[in-house]
Design a protein around this ligand. Structure first.
Ligand code: BJ8
Length: 425
């Protein structure tokens, strides 16, 4: 396939044939899941455009920035503080890990019973399919789950890897450790970019990242209205794109989309009828282009009105305190904000249970679907506790365990349809 971006991809050492095939499948998948939706908002055209140019225009922007001396930092986890990355004048991108590409290659260097997300980021690299990974000057991992931290040891042979130590508890000594790690990351960024992180730059970066979170909070408030004016699939896509689009442009575009949503709400124009069952999706993150389950849910007559996930409210719920003036004060605020993340890798993790219950009530959901990637131990353990806690609050839950393959689609459909029928008001 000849394409205006072919030269750029060639320079990035992508496997051009395999990459063309991937884009073709992705385009078809996107058409079926997204473009086929009825009553779509005008503002979603921007997201369609960004997605269609995900390996094109955005990569071109990154290459142009690199030519001007900017560095690109790739991440896999919401623990990596974008505020510091931006303050060092670098660009932070979330590395996609939501497709099965390169699975066979990945299974040569990590055990088969590793979660699909980990296999995906390794597979994308080994099969030379991801222009984002190839654009990175630094890839930042974290010691969250065992699968990730062990995979980074091997992955580090293929990319410029840096690993942050994330504590597993939230005691005073853990906070100290986390602060040390934040400072170590700051030093690393300064060394990588040659730029000093000053109070002025950090203040601006905190505001930029908070603004991005604020607009996603605004979106979440608006979608909570009954009947919801936007599909869960579209909100998931917006959250996914928030990880690799330019943050200032993204915030502006999503604010415009929210203005449109307000108009829809005023006119009582829901994207689905008022009595459509409302569901909360909870669990493992859904990275681009992992849209399988939301598509099945919304194709079964329900609508997703919240994502209790890292590509969802876990990433947007808490802001960094903006009152700090010195670098030291702002670092303290960053340390505190990131330690509020209720990832299942923490023990104990009562906060997550409490947050799910209050979110489910706030959103007036009829049920919760807990999404677990196969072989993900932390979320599988918590799934059992969450089901019990929800039951005690009279909220039904369906636990799904799956990966990125399409083999179980029919079986999932049957289970989801039965659940939707059961919770239909
Ligand atoms: S803060 S959820 S982004 S670690 S699905 S790789 S946990 S075996 S992704 Fe995560 Fe950060 Fe936590 Fe969020 Fe391991 Fe589970 Fe795989 Fe996972």
């Amino acid at each position: 396939m000849s394409n205006e971006y072919t030269k750029m991809w060639e320079k990035l050492n992508l496997d051009l044939d395999a990459h063309d095939a991937l884009l073709e499948v992705l385009g078809k998948f996107y058409g079926d899941i997204y473009l086929s939706q009825q009553n779509r908002l005008k503002g979603m055209e921007y997201l369609d455009f960004v997605l269609s140019e995900v390996h094109g225009l955005r990569i071109k922007e990154l290459q142009e920035a690199k030519e001007k001396g900017q560095k690109v930092v790739g991440t896999f986890c919401i623990f990596v503080p974008e505020e510091l990355t931006l303050a060092a004048n670098a660009i932070q991108v979330g590395l996609c890990a939501g497709a099965e590409a390169g699975k066979e290659e990945a299974e040569k260097i990590v055990p088969r019973n590793t979660c699909a997300l980990i296999k995906s980021f390794i597979g994308f690299k080994l099969a030379r399919l991801c222009p984002f990974t190839e654009s990175c000057d630094l890839v930042v991992g974290e010691t969250t789950c065992d699968g990730k931290k062990k995979a980074y040891e091997t992955f580090g042979q293929y990319v410029p890897m840096y690993v942050m130590e994330v504590p597993q508890q939230k005691n005073a000594s853990d906070r100290e450790l986390w602060k040390t790690e934040i400072l170590r990351y700051k030093d690393k960024l300064e060394e990588l970019t040659g730029n000093k992180i000053t109070a002025e730059k950090l203040k601006k970066a905190i505001k930029t990242v908070n603004d991005k979170r604020r607009v996603l909070q605004r979106l979440n408030k608006l979608r909570a209205v009954i009947p919801t004016p936007i599909s869960g699939r579209d909100v998931l896509l917006i959250n996914q794109i928030s990880f690799y689009d330019d943050p200032v442009r993204f915030t502006q575009k999503i604010n415009e989309l929210c203005d449109e949503l307000e108009e829809k709400i005023k006119a009582s124009q829901g994207v689905v009828p008022e009595n459509t069952p409302r569901l909360l999706l909870s669990g493992c993150p859904m990275a681009v282009p992992n849209w399988k389950l939301p598509y099945i849910i919304e194709g079964s007559g329900a609508v997703v009105v919240g994502e209790e996930s890292c590509i969802g409210t876990r990433n947007t719920r808490d802001l960094v305190d903006e009152s700090g003036e010195s670098v030291e004060e702002m670092i303290e605020a960053i340390v505190d904000r990131y330690l509020k993340i209720d990832c299942a890798c923490f023990t104990p993790n009562q906060e997550r249970l409490d947050n799910i219950i209050s979110l489910a009530k706030e959103l007036k959901v009829d049920g919760v679907i807990h999404y677990n990637l196969l072989f993900c131990q932390p979320y599988a353990h918590e799934s059992i506790k969450i089901e019990k806690a929800l039951q005690e609050n009279g909220i039904p839950m369906l636990a799904i365990e799956t990966d990125y393959s399409m083999e179980d689609v029919e079986q999932l459909k049957t289970r989801v349809e039965a659940f939707v029928e059961m919770v239909t008001p």
